[in-house]
Design a binder for this molecule. Structure first.
Ligand SMILES: O=C(O)C1=C[C@@H](OP(=O)(O)O)[C@@H](O)[C@H](O)C1
Ligand SMILES: C=C(OP(=O)(O)O)C(=O)O
Length: 426
């Protein structure tokens, strides 16, 4: 039977400190680079959630030792081997980061996952691997399931890549590129969304001693060793979005500790975006503090670079005091679900008016009404429903367990944030 979560309604202002576990994106890169490195290393304070556990399991299937060390991971690289099966679940990171690693293995590696994974775009990655001399058997559209026929090495060299549907195609190729015989000279065939995530990849590579330069057309990675390096993972700033949004919705205050001073995480842009929607945003010694002012201003923004923040921002837009326009996010149709369609359905169900654009959404708030909405197996749609439920009594969401993808105890943390509110003396 499908589980249904009645999201808590909170007419009182929240006042909470909400620590968050590690970044999904940084954990994924740390695991892959540790697996390709010259020697053993540790990933400290990694995210332990479905996506990152699948990444660890996928690397183990390829012959890498990834062992628990308390909450941390100890990674010992080994000869990459096939035949192997990689379960990518619904993780774009596993789908796009492991095939280039699999190409270095000495046998066939089959990549499969959830039914929705079969719909996630990947043609640019498969075409690039083929251009680099790797044999890949696929459905003709580059989508999972497919088999990468590793031969123990990749020629590498120059390649032009279509990454217009996902930046992860670029990141996946760059992460493994130092281990290609000729390195990689990657030129983009067109635009690429989520540039901060590509910068995160480039930064991580440099931290592992890899020589990577921007060329104007793309990036060039020199062949060479990947240095082993212990890495401490920053908190996941994208997962901070619903909690910080709660401060705006309730006119309260939420602090996320350990907010990094400098980071490539796209969630860092929440300070600017939430301030633009009317919040007071301060960096304090205790972390990033967002205080609601009682007003939620509409948002007109191009979210091309920070697409994964869209579900929570769109939920805020449905509660704002005027129409919002979010653009640059056509690629969200290929995320965990078609997020533009899903947001249209959910926001409409709770009373907003939504117009879908080819690359975005126009959201016009309306009187809130209770609704049963779907999670679409998408963690961030559950976050969006939770934000809506603070303001609109009676928002229920079916399939809330989707949060396991990046924040398995989301509901407990959400309840904890609201309980902290109740403890505040009046
Ligand atoms: O590299 C990464 O870790 C990610 C890149 C982005 O993917 P897209 O470029 O496909 O949007 C982002 O949405 C995803 O959540 C994580
Ligand atoms: C798009 C997302 O995930 P994935 O890494 O599976 O693409 C996301 O977490 O918002």
């Amino acid at each position: 039977m499908t589980e249904v979560w009645t999201t808590p309604h909170s007419p009182t202002p929240v006042d909470a400190v909400v620590p968050l576990p590690g970044s999904k994106s940084i954990t994924a890169r740390a695991l892959v680079l540790a697996a390709l490195a010259e020697g053993p290393s540790r990933v400290v304070r990694p995210l332990r959630a479905r996506d990152t556990e699948l990444m660890a399991a996928g690397l183990r299937a390829l012959g890498v030792r990834v062992e628990d060390d308390g909450p941390d991971w100890r990674v010992t690289p080994g000869a990459l081997r096939g035949p192997a099966e990689v379960d990518a679940g619904l993780a774009g990171t596993v789908l796009r980061f492991l095939p280039p690693v699999a190409a270095l293995a000495d046998g066939p590696v089959r990549v499969d996952g959830d039914p929705r994974l079969h719909e996630r775009p990947n043609a640019g990655l498969v075409a690039a691997l083929r251009d680099l001399g790797v044999r890949v058997d696929d459905d003709g559209r580059g989508r999972a399931p497919f088999t990468v026929h590793g031969t123990g090495g990749v020629r590498g060299g120059a390649v032009t890549v279509d990454a217009s549907e996902s930046s992860q195609i670029v990141s996946g190729l760059l992460l493994a590129a130092a281990r290609f015989a000729g390195g990689l000279d990657l030129a983009l065939a067109g635009g690429v969304p989520s540039m901060p995530h590509v910068e995160m990849t480039v930064t991580a590579l440099r931290e592992h001693g890899v020589d990577v330069v921007a060329t104007g057309r793309g990036w060039r990675v020199a062949p060479g060793p990947v240095a082993a390096r212990d890495r401490v993972v920053e908190p996941d700033l994208s997962n901070a979005a619903p909690f910080l949004a709660a401060a705006l919705v309730t006119g309260g205050r939420v602090t996320v500790p350990d907010w990094p001073e400098v980071t490539t995480q796209p969630g860092a842009q929440l300070d600017r975006l939430l301030a633009g929607m009317g919040a007071d945003v301060e960096r304090t010694p205790g972390g990033l503090r967002v205080t609601g002012t009682g007003r939620i201003a509409p948002l007109v923004a191009d979210l091309h670079e920070v697409g994964e923040l869209t579900p929570v921002l769109a939920a805020l837009c449905a509660l704002a005091d005027g129409p919002s326009r979010l653009t640059g996010i056509g690629h969200l149709r290929g995320h965990e679900t078609d997020r533009l369609q899903a947001l249209d359905e959910v926001l409409t169900a709770v009373g907003a008016r939504v117009e879908q654009l080819p690359d975005g959404l126009v959201v016009t708030p309306g009187p809130g009404r209770p609704a049963l909405v779907d999670s679409y197996a998408d963690h961030r749609m559950v976050h969006a429903a939770a934000v809506l439920g603070l303001a609109v009594d009676g928002v229920r969401v079916s399939g809330p367990e989707a949060v396991a993808k990046t924040l398995p105890d989301f509901r407990e943390r959400w309840a904890g944030m609201l309980a902290a509110t109740a403890e505040v003396p009046s």
